[in-house]
Design a protein around this ligand. Structure first.
Ligand code: FAD
Ligand code: SIN
Length: 529
């Protein structure tokens, strides 16, 4: 058994920021299922929202966040996160993060971008590769800390809790069973403080902007361990993912619309004026639904995003990665519009926590996309997620350092039991179930929902879960099987939450209840096993 003071699951912005804060206070392990940089963080494009200019104010950022959140944000949480953002960003800059700057009258200042739902320019960015720059600054910081050990290619399977071990009283998280992907062995990691920083669940859907790691493992593990899971019906679909048969997933940042990009039909007609006064820069839920509706009406497979009216040099300098990637697919974005479609992007709900990342299980914290703090409400304001992860990682670290849990008497963690499990001989059954689940979520639990479709999806997911459970007990576990089990659990949570919300609000749009119900404002959907 490996023993640490702090055990962190995930090496994105949440996990790495927390690690840097707790490292001076004890031994730290970071367990991460692929290579250390592989995370949603690494692909973030637009940037981090924070109040840094004289024209902006905390009040305005709070107002924009509440507006996007459609009556479900926790205002006190929003205010604290917005207030503490600038100090956390200053620390990131001190660590070595370089945000894009512009020169005004011979003085350099931060170049601030704009995205949907923001009333001000307030997005700090590193051209269009903000996430990559943040991830490498944080990883360099981690590499310089002798107290931190990183376990790459280690897959967290399940949380070990006192309740699961049959102990009465407070449910306490004691450790985690972890699969070493290379050796195939399951190891036990124990710690006094455990942080879930495993990110989101985009891979539950057939089309997503997320990389392969985003399989909702943290939410599924926490649910199995008895934690409360909130607001999973609010899955954010990003309006503009590149549409190209050879592109697996590639986001076209909202910042492109922030710099003047216009959404058009395939015939070249603007259409967003029919849906919102902010047109192409309306909040994301509105834009994604508008595109969905245009595509359904015309039968087109995509719509167009046109920024060709801007000078080519500006486009290439501001969006070098988007320019280069589209060019590889034969699209010169300085000369022709970009074919785009909506795709699953962000999980607004998650493991229910307070602003300090504390969950209902003692010793277990959750920070970043895996958590639900109340910042995002029913729809996240663009670029508020990196901000939330930075602020809440800092707050959770302070809480964990100050709180020294007493040992649980008489608890002995047993090693992982494989029983009579044998190797799965037909891997095709796993990949078939992956495909079936993701397609049915896309078709039945997507941007526009109905109760009939949700009920259908519920039945099918339950059948799949039964099969998956059999594989889980009968066969030696692999990362693919574990991820399949987790996406099925997350699918179940999304569907159950959507069925419980009998109204349309923010990202949950249900044709059977097309309006929002004032009685449901401030009411979270909370599920427990
Ligand atoms: P992640 O960065 O996703 O990290 C999760 C980590 O957990 C990974 O290391 C993963 O390998 C690991 N992990 C997962 N499961 C397990 C397991 N079972 N065992 C071990 N390790 C595990 N937000 C913004 O605010 N601004 C943006 O501009 C922006 N752009 C985006 C662009 C794209 C293409 C995408 C996909 C997202 C974007 N977002 C943006 C959202 C934002 O990037 C994420 O919400 C944020 O990075 C999440 O950080 P995190 O640390 O919580 O999780
Ligand atoms: C983007 O660059 O469009 C993504 C921003 C975000 O998801 O916050």
């Amino acid at each position: 058994m490996k023993q640490f003071d702090y055990l962190i699951l995930g090496s994105g912005i949440a996990g790495l920021s927390f690690a840097l804060k707790v490292a001076p206070h004890g031994r730290v392990a970071i367990v991460t299922k692929k290579s250390r940089a592989e995370s949603n963080t690494n692909y973030a494009q637009g940037g981090i929202a924070a109040v840094t200019s004289k024209e902006d104010s905390v009040e305005a950022h709070v107002r924009d966040t509440l507006e996007a959140g459609a009556g479900l944000c926790k205002e006190a949480v929003v205010r604290k996160i917005v207030e503490e953002g600038p100090a956390r960003i200053a620390e990131l800059i001190e660590l070595g993060m370089k945000f894009s700057e512009r020169e005004i009258n011979g003085t350099k200042e931060l170049d601030l971008g704009r995205e949907g739902g923001h009333s001000q320019r307030r997005i700090l960015h590193a051209k269009d590769v903000t996430g990559r720059e943040i991830e490498s600054a944080l990883l360099a910081g981690v590499a310089a800390q002798p107290n931190i050990e990183v376990f790459e290619n280690h897959f967290a399977i399940d949380l070990i809790t006192s309740q699961k071990l049959g102990h009465a009283g407070e449910n306490r998280c004691l450790g985690v069973y972890v699969l070493d992907n290379k050796s195939g062995k399951v190891e036990t990691f124990a710690a006094k403080t455990i942080l879930l920083a495993t990110g989101g669940c985009g891979k539950v859907y057939l089309y997503t902007t997320n990389p392969d790691i985003a399989t909702g493992d943290g939410v599924a593990m926490a649910y199995r361990a008895g934690a409360a899971i909130a607001n999973m019906e609010f899955i954010q679909f990003h309006p503009t993912c590149l549409y190209h048969p050879r592109a697996k997933t590639f986001l076209i940042s909202e910042a492109v619309r922030g710099e003047g990009g216009i959404l058009k039909t395939r015939q070249g007609e603007e259409f967003m004026d029919k849906f919102h006064p902010l047109k192409s820069l309306a909040p994301r839920d509105v834009v994604a639904r508008a595109i969905d509706s245009e595509m359904k009406k015309s039968g087109a497979d995509f719509v167009l995003l046109d920024i060709t009216h801007k000078p080519a040099q500006f486009i290439i300098e501001r969006f070098p990665n988007i320019y280069k990637t589209c060019l590889q697919f034969g699209i010169d974005i300085t000369k022709e519009p970009i074919p785009v479609v909506p795709a699953a992007h962000y999980q607004c709900g998650g493991v229910l926590t307070n602003i300090d990342g504390e969950t209902e299980i003692a010793g277990l914290y959750a920070v970043g996309e895996v958590s639900c703090t109340g910042l995002h409400g029913a729809n996240r304001l663009a670029s508020n997620s990196l901000l939330e992860a930075l602020v809440c990682a800092d707050r959770a670290a302070h809480k964990a350092i100050a709180h020294k849990p007493s040992p649980v008497d008489g608890v002995k963690i047993p090693p992982w039991q494989s029983g009579k499990a044998h190797n799965l001989d037909e891997l095709v059954v796993i990949s078939h179930n992956w495909d079936e689940l993701r397609r049915l979520m896309w078709d039945y639990v997507g941007i526009v929902r109905t109760n009939k479709r949700l009920q259908r999806a519920k039945k099918r997911v339950a059948n799949l879960q039964e099969e998956i459970q059999e594989y889980y007990w009968d066969f030696i576990v692999t990362a693919d099987l574990l991820e399949l089990r987790n996406i099925a659990t997350v699918a179940q949570l999304i569907i159950e939450s959507a069925l419980q919300r009998t109204e349309s609000r923010g990202l949950n749009y249900n044709l059977d209840f097309p309006n929002s119900d004032p009685a449901c404002a401030q009411r979270d959907t909370v599920l427990r096993k």
